[in-house]
Ligand binder design. Structure first.
Ligand code: SAH
Length: 392
């Protein structure tokens, strides 16, 4: 049994979203707090009639409770095993894990009923990241639950929350010890992953299905992959028979990773060239050079206050790519800013098209894959959006 150190009573009428399985209790919905919970403690949440609504992790701030259970019964440690088993079964059923892919997101926070927890599995090594003190406190129990559920499929668990919590937390192996860099397979494409040194958990698994889609159209074409990081899209394009691929990233380290991944897949400078450069600068004199351009920038807006400025960035970036791409070219354009919704992104891309003054068709709307699920009651979990455009 877990130990609760407080009870939160909601204001009258504020229980509706919790009853609908929305996992967050905002400070403004709280009538009273009984007890004296510390950051990260488990608390019980009740409505104004003193009926139990669920249990979750307490944290001082706008989101005061992140609920893990919507049951009246006090949870025990098995709650993590149950959730991880569910998450794993969903990945198997939806064929994310298959003979050509050994790396996937096992836990996607709220989408898997485990708010503020990320677990990515890289060919036998799980990388776990907590975004709340509650998940941080429970890290050992969670690691045991992963080990118990995945057994031999995971030999090491690396905990990486040094920069996600606002408290001191050392990155460390909780189980076993992986050796970096480490090779993973994604739709038969090979990549080195370095979770110790790399961005986030080491690799952007969320673009897997978009990379696969891109691979289906790159035979015999010239490709520009901007914001390439580990060169994910570049590797798929080359393996699929692109005649030439250029990869651009502002970070030298990212360029180095890309170069290594290109070599790992058996390609050399004949088919591929790397540029450590700012994408905006790089695009300036590249008119009519590429059949296909990928725009996958980092989140330009991390919070609402930055949104206006971010939209200008997306607008300018897309307009530039539309201006330079060859006639009858394809653009894959993305935004991973959670505060920029699908419609806003779409409207911005329309405005770029108007500015570029070219005829453009939308071929497909793109998003995040099945191992990055979104709870239907928690639309905030949807963050990756993209468009495949055809530029005449
Ligand atoms: N497309 C990648 C993920 C992109 S992450 C993938 O599939 O894995 C964003 C990358 O953009 C980072 O590697 C960062 O170094 C790079 N970056 C940020 N600002 C940039 C800029 N102005 N020009 C080029 N690269 C930039």
């Amino acid at each position: 049994m877990i130990k609760t150190t407080g009870t939160i009573y909601l204001k009258r009428g504020r229980e509706a979203s919790v009853k609908r399985f929305h996992p967050w209790v905002f400070s403004g919905a709280i009538q009273t707090l009984e007890g004296n919970p510390e950051e990260g403690d488990w608390v019980e949440v009740k409505d104004s009639q003193k009926e139990t609504l669920g249990f979750g992790h307490y944290q001082k701030g706008t989101i005061t409770v992140r609920l893990l259970s919507f049951s009246k019964n006090i949870p025990d440690k098995k709650i993590y095993i149950d959730k991880i088993v569910n998450a794993f079964n969903q990945r198997v059923f939806s064929k994310v894990i298959n003979e050509h892919t050994n790396s996937y997101r096992l836990v996607h926070g709220e989408g898997d009923g485990l708010p503020a927890l990320i677990v990515d599995v890289y060919n036998g090594v799980a990388v776990m990241q907590a975004h709340s003190i509650g998940m941080h406190n429970d890290r050992q129990v969670i690691a045991e639950a992963i080990k118990e559920t995945l057994f031999d499929a995971v030999h090491s668990i690396y905990y990486k929350s040094q920069n996600t919590l606002g408290i001191k937390s050392e990155n460390e192996y909780l189980v076993g010890m992986g050796v970096v860099p480490h090779v993973i397979t994604e739709h038969s494409n090979k990549f080195y992953v370095d979770w110790e040194d790399g961005q986030k958990t080491g690799f952007f698994l969320d673009q897997r299905e978009n990379r696969k889609l891109l691979g289906q159209m790159t035979k015999g074409v010239s490709v520009l992959n901007t914001f390439c990081y580990t060169g994910g899209f570049s590797v798929y394009a080359l393996n699929a028979g692109a005649t030439l691929v250029h990869s651009v990233d502002a970070s030298e380290k990212a360029i180095d990773l890309t170069r290594k991944n290109i070599e790992l897949n058996g390609f050399d400078a004949q088919q591929h060239e790397c540029f450590a450069a700012d994408t905006f600068d790089f695009l300036k004199d590249k008119k009519n050079q590429y059949d296909l351009i990928i725009l996958d920038p980092p989140a330009f807006a991390k919070h609402k206050e930055a949104r206006h400025q971010a939209m200008k960035g997306y607008q300018r970036l897309n307009a530039e790519a539309m201006r330079v791409i060859k006639p009858n070219g394809i653009i894959f354009t993305f935004s991973c800013s959670q505060v920029v919704d699908k419609q806003l992104f779409y409207n911005t891309v329309v405005s770029s098209a108007i500015q570029a003054g070219r005829e453009i068709k939308v071929l497909q709307h793109l998003g995040q894959p099945a191992d990055h699920p979104v709870s239907i009651y928690h639309p905030e979990g949807e963050y990756l959006k993209g468009l495949m455009l055809y530029v005449l």
